[in-house]
Design a protein. Structure first.
Length: 110
């Protein structure tokens, strides 16, 4: 198992939004070995697979607060508020993306 797929690495990326532990789309893409745009395409092309409780679309205000809490230059390049995925949403993404890395990562998360 490579360094990206460690429990500690995943736990470090978890954030709490609306009383839920979630991963934002950028971090999911990194863990699943795909580009962020592939994550967003999966959501856009399969809206019925992401009901309430699977994904949270952050508001501009929530994104602003989150960026102020997490000081990193990576977030300064992001202009659109990201999507945040719950455990159920991560599992659904793995079934859509159908990559070995996505499946392994989802098992570690669950």
């Amino acid at each position: 198992m490579n360094n990206l797929l460690s429990t500690q690495n995943i736990e470090a990326k978890l954030i709490s939004i609306k009383s839920q532990q979630v991963l934002i789309d950028r971090d999911v893409a990194t863990l699943y070995g795909v580009q962020t745009k592939r994550i967003n395409e999966a959501v856009k092309n399969n809206p019925d697979k992401f009901p309430a409780g699977y994904m949270i679309a952050l508001t501009t205000k929530e994104w602003s607060v989150l960026r102020s809490k997490i000081s990193t230059t990576d977030f300064s390049k992001t202009r659109v508020p990201p999507k945040a995925f719950t455990e159920k949403g991560l599992y659904m993404l793995a079934t859509i993306l159908k990559s070995k890395q996505a499946t392994e990562t989802t098992f570690l998360i669950i």
